[in-house]
Design a protein. Structure first.
Length: 221
């Protein structure tokens, strides 16, 4: 079996690749959602292992675009979301097999098997379609979908200069998405981020899109 692993964290991606290899499976990794859509459309994959939080579009947008393009594959969702309000189990399309990070090999293989079984038992209909979607959706409005899928989790301050108040809209065990109050605000490549709870993380910027930043959480200070 050849699996498309959509994961932007290099360490996690390599770990999953080794897990799959040990089980006798091939693996191709895509770090961007748009790249994953392009690769899946070319074919040659038996299953998609799909991270929720990606630098460009999130995993739900990837699914929506693949369904709109008629790409019919089983999926397993992965996420390191730590905020309880995000309710990852509910986000995963109401029953789609899913794995919470850090990924355990036994659990990963169990969920892959569950996804394949569900896909076959539903006449090779994707797990998301089986969960209640009766037709492929139109290509999504990503900004609107982001607001629908993810709720604000924490107010925070970027500790740079006088401090920059911001909002963490997506938080995982190794990364976060941050919304700035003004797109014109300049941020350094690395900075400390203090949550309202008082926890402070040293962050490395990974991407920027208008007033949103994607960062890696390097260490807790």
């Amino acid at each position: 079996m050849h699996i498309l692993n959509v994961e932007d964290d290099a360490v996690t991606a390599r770990a999953v690749e080794l897990m799959l290899k040990k089980e006798g499976h091939g693996c191709t990794t895509a770090s961007l959602g748009a790249d994953a859509v392009e690769l899946a459309q070319k074919g040659g994959y038996d299953l998609v292992l799909l991270d929720v939080m990606l630098p460009d579009i999130d995993g739900f947008a990837v699914l929506e675009r693949l369904m709109a393009a008629g790409v019919n594959l089983p999926y397993v969702m992965t996420s390191g979301l730590v905020d309880q309000d995000s309710n990852f189990r509910a986000l995963a399309f109401g029953g789609t097999p899913h794995v919470v990070k850090p990924i355990d090999r036994r659990n990963l293989m169990s969920q892959i098997e569950a996804a394949l079984k569900a896909w076959r038992s539903n006449g090779q209909t994707s797990a998301t379609m089986a969960a209640g979607w009766t037709e492929a959706p139109e290509p999504p409005d990503d900004d609107r979908r982001q607001h629908r899928r993810f709720r604000t989790v924490k107010k925070a301050t970027i500790l740079e200069g006088q401090g920059i108040d911001c909002t963490v809209t997506n938080l995982s065990h190794n990364g976060a998405a941050i919304r700035l109050p003004d797109p014109a605000i300049q941020c350094p490549e690395s900075f400390d981020l203090r949550l309202l709870t008082g926890l402070t993380y040293h962050c490395q910027m990974r991407w920027r899109n208008k007033d949103r930043l994607g960062v890696s959480l390097l260490k807790l200070k």
